[in-house]
Structures are given as C-alpha cells and as structure tokens.
Design a protein around this ligand. Structure first.
Ligand code: GDG
Length: 490
C-alpha cells in the first residue's frame, strides 16, 4: 500500500496526540531575499528541505532553522516566526539568528569543512579547527535555546535534522527531559577507521546518543555507526535490537530511506506551465532532435560532476557519430562558495566544460550547456521531462533525491536514469543503469547504452522505477519514523 499525506496526518493525530511536532535544521525551507523593490521567497537547493517540507505540510507544527536570507528579518513577527509555505500557510517557521562569525565557524567551518568530508570519504581531507568546533558547540546551544522557547515544558516531539546539530538532543533534554527526540543523519556514516581521526569524535557520538531514535538512509550506515560506537565509546551495543545503551538510556538506530512526494511531483510535472517551459527551453537553446542528457546538482565535490564530464568526453571520442546529436545540460546552483575546495571545484568544472566544448563544437552545436544558477522548480521539472537520460554520478551520497525526482516526473514512463552505485538511492532504484563513476570507460558505455536503449525496455524499466518511488515515498519515510517512536512508548 502506498503511503499518502492523509495517512500520515491520521498517524500523527493518533500517535502524537497533542504533542507539539517540532523540526529543527540548519537550513530553512523558505528564504526571503530582497530584490530590486520587493521581497522574494526562494526555495533553497537542498535535499533536506525539499524532503521535509511535504511532511510539515501534512503534520503542521513548528520548524526551527537558521534565518539566512537578506530579508528574513523583515517578514517575521516579534517572536521571529512566519507562516509558510507562502502560497498555502500551514506551519510555522521559527528563525534563529546567527552572527557572521558563528555561521563561519559552525556552518562553513566545522559542519562543512570537517564533518561533511569526514563522512563522505570522497578524497577531500577534513579540516579540524578547534575554534570552529567551539563555535559549533555554541551554536548547538543557541538552537537548543530556541527549541526550548518553542516547546516550553510540554511533552513535545522534536525531530532533529542532520550533521549540523549533533549535540542538540542532550542540550534540550538537560532542561526538559520530557521531550522525545529523533535525529536523522542525511549523509553517510563512515567506517570506524575513517571516523576515528575526528578529534572530537567521542563528544559527537555521545551527543547523538542523546536521541531516543537515530536514523540513517540505509542499513550499511547504521552498521558503520554501531561499529564506531562499539570501538570508541563505553556503552553496550545491542546488535540484535540495533540499539545502544549508554548511561541508562537507549538509542534505537534504524534505516529510513528518505524520498520525495511522488504524486505531487507527477501532478506538478503535468502542469501547462511546465509544458510551456519545455517549449521555451527548446527555443532558447535552438534544440532539434538531439538526444538530451541532464545533470542537476548542488555544485558539490561529492556529486562527481568532473567524473561525468570526463565520461562524456570519452563517449564523444569513442562514438563520434553522436557528435552534433547529443546535448548535455549541466544544471545547478553553486553551494558553499566561501570554502576553498568548492572554489576549486567550480574552477575545475568551468575548465572542463570549456575544454570539452572546444574539442567537439561546431558552428551550431556544443556538447555541454552549463547553466550555473538557481533554477525554479518549474524549470527543473521541464528539464526532467525533456531529458532522454539523467545522470547522477555521486562519489558518495546519503540518498540522492535528484534521481527520485527524475523518476517521479516521468509520467510518460520514458527516460533512462544513469545512477552511481555509491548513492543510497541505488539500493532501491535497481532498474537504473548502475555504475561506478570512477570507471570512466564503463561510464561512457553506460551513456551509449542509455541512448541506444529500445523504447520497450526504457518503458519497462521506468515503470519499475516509478513503482519503487511511489511505494517508498516521503510519507512512508516520515510515517515509519513516527511509528517507530510510538513503538518505543512515545
Ligand atoms: C542531502 C544528502 C540526501 C538542485 N539544484 C537546484 C535545486 N536542486 C534540488 C534538487 C534536489 C535537491 O536540490 C538536492 O538533493 P540531493 O538529495 O541530491 O542532495 P543534497 O542537497 O546533498 O542532500 C543527500 C538529502 O540530503 C536528503 O536526505 O538525499 O544524500 O547529501 O531536490 O532538485 N532546486 C532548485 N533550484 C536549483 O537550481 N529549486
């Protein structure tokens, strides 16, 4: 049976009864920015917020997050709250303010220069800076204060998101032990050998074990976590129950593969404005009957973008008959640009695009069109529908929602997904063409296979992919977490 928004609402009503439902994350789901003479509301390019927004729309409650937009302060009330989504307000966004120095130390510094590379193992070494770590601890306390202000001394259920807030649950429970917390870690958890280089590893593990429930995308990450705890902390790891007992409290550690709102994406993709946008894209880039490939990413070194370009280069060199017959659109928004590694990645991508286009281009054609900007959901859906194939080539990815969005948008049951084996999504989307992005020759062959795949096969595979996402949708993800908490005696 497929989970629905209504099913989740029913579950929340019966299981959470009158508890306040609070989500906490670093990134906010809606950012207000000032542009010329008005305030715009932007949906950030973030897998986490894209996934959680439909859950909040269904459950209501309060979402506590860092207010990062230039006009964020202008739209909140005196309690720093604003109702969202703007088109149909149904939950409260409570903004937390951070200074530039706090943002640098906690977000860019410890979260993204230390924990992100530590957990992804994509051959970018983590940078452990004690000043960043101290700021990280301080900012976790700032978030805890905001949560406690929202929940008071009620028996709330606080759902903490991701690696920015590893210390939060204990800080909340120290002042209100009635609160129940679950935390979802959206990125991979590495093996103990990789994790043990973190100088504050024990404090991070202890912080996470403040939760009643801790979730990862796949069993493999749960096992890595349990093994890390077993080697690094004094505690009792119960492998059978997949739980850790430490100092009299128990944390259950379970996999919950995150997903998207399948039906909403399918519905939105069929809207007239998306069809118009498809025509606009065809006009703007003077597209004819070329095979169209797409890549949509937050520009991050874990997404394997240079690897995909090298494979496209190989493909065009080995199969010159596809020159002038294929166009690849690389779409995506620059991210974390103040970190040196990301600056280097952007430069590498620019160089590769220039080099490959120079090598193959003719008067009216070039193989790669690089659109490096924030695109609207309508434009992304239009590209998803136009594409003959979509490439997701992450070197390591907790889940990867781009793959699931592509599949959900293909109501025509056409299009081929080329997907890295190193994504969580590859465990469910087994009808995709699965590959190792480091193996450039095989990668080039996969592109050829996608282009040459007969229509019947494309349809049969896409039907199965769609079934998988429809069944394991975002409501199942949230519903499973809430049910698991209920079993714990919530
Ligand atoms: C983390 C984990 C996990 C991209 N460009 C634009 C834009 N996007 C949207 C995509 C998609 C989202 O951003 C990216 O989601 P991913 O899941 O691919 O990746 P992360 O941001 O790294 O997310 C990941 C996820 O958390 C959830 O748990 O799957 O493994 O790393 O929705 O469509 N959106 C807009 N404009 C863009 O230009 N509006």
């Amino acid at each position: 049976m497929s989970w629905t928004k209504e099913g989740l609402q029913e579950l929340v009503k019966t299981k959470l009864t009158d508890r306040l439902f609070a989500v906490v994350s670093n990134r906010e789901p809606y950012i207000h920015v000032s542009s010329v003479d008005e305030i715009q509301c932007v949906v950030p390019a973030s897998g986490l917020t894209v996934a959680l927004d439909p859950v909040m729309r269904a459950c209501g409650g309060v979402w506590i997050a860092h207010g990062s937009g230039s006009a964020d302060r202008e739209v909140v009330d005196d309690k720093n709250r604003v109702s969202v989504p703007p088109d149909e307000p149904c939950y409260t966004l409570r903004r937390v303010w951070l200074t530039k120095e706090e943002e640098e130390g906690y977000y860019l510094g410890f979260s993204n220069e230390a924990l992100w590379p530590l957990c992804h193992i994509a051959y970018t070494p983590p940078n452990f800076d004690e000043a960043h770590w101290n700021t990280y601890k301080r900012v976790n306390q700032i978030f805890a204060d905001a949560v406690l202000e929202e929940v008071g001394d009620s028996q709330a259920f606080v759902f903490i998101q991701d690696y920015h807030l590893a210390l939060l649950s204990r800080l909340i429970k120290a002042r209100n032990p009635q609160v129940i917390t679950a935390q979802f870690w959206h990125i991979p958890w590495p093996n103990p050998e990789a994790f043990r280089i973190c100088p504050w590893g024990e404090e991070i593990l202890d912080g996470l074990l403040g939760n009643d429930l801790l979730g990862f995308h796949i069993r493999y990450h749960c096992d890595n976590f349990l093994e890390t705890v077993r080697r690094m902390l004094e505690s009792r790891v119960d492998n059978e129950r997949s739980a850790v007992n430490r100092g009299g409290t128990t944390t259950l550690v379970c996999p919950f593969p995150i997903s998207v709102d399948f039906h909403r994406i399918a519905r939105d993709a069929a809207k007239a404005e998306v069809t118009e946008e498809m025509e606009e894209i065809r006009r703007r880039w003077e597209l004819g009957d070329e095979f169209i490939g797409i890549g949509i990413d937050r520009l991050d070194y874990t997404k394997g973008i240079p690897h995909r370009f090298r494979a496209l280069d190989k493909f065009l060199a080995k199969y010159p008959e596809y020159q002038e017959r294929m166009v690849f659109f690389q779409l995506g928004e620059p991210s974390r640009i103040h970190i040196k590694k990301y600056k280097e990645l952007n430069a590498e991508i620019d160089d590769l695009v220039e080099e490959i286009n120079w090598k193959y281009q003719s008067a009216n054609w070039k193989p790669i069109i690089y659109v490096r900007e924030h695109l609207s959901p309508t434009t992304l859906l239009a590209f998803n529908r136009l594409a003959h194939f979509c490439i997701v080539s992450s070197l390591h990815d907790g889940m990867n929602l781009v793959a699931k969005e592509f599949v959900s948008s293909r109501t025509d049951e056409d299009g081929v997904l080329i997907l890295s084996r190193f994504t969580g999504a590859a465990r469910e989307l087994t009808e995709a063409i699965l590959l190792n992005p480091y193996a450039t020759d095989d990668f080039a062959e996969s592109i050829r296979k996608a282009i040459k795949m007969p229509k019947e096969q494309r349809k049969a595979r896409m039907r199965k992919l769609r079934q998988a996402v429809e069944e394991n949708n975002i409501y199942r993800w949230a519903g499973s977490i809430i049910s698991e908490l209920a079993n714990l005696g919530l």
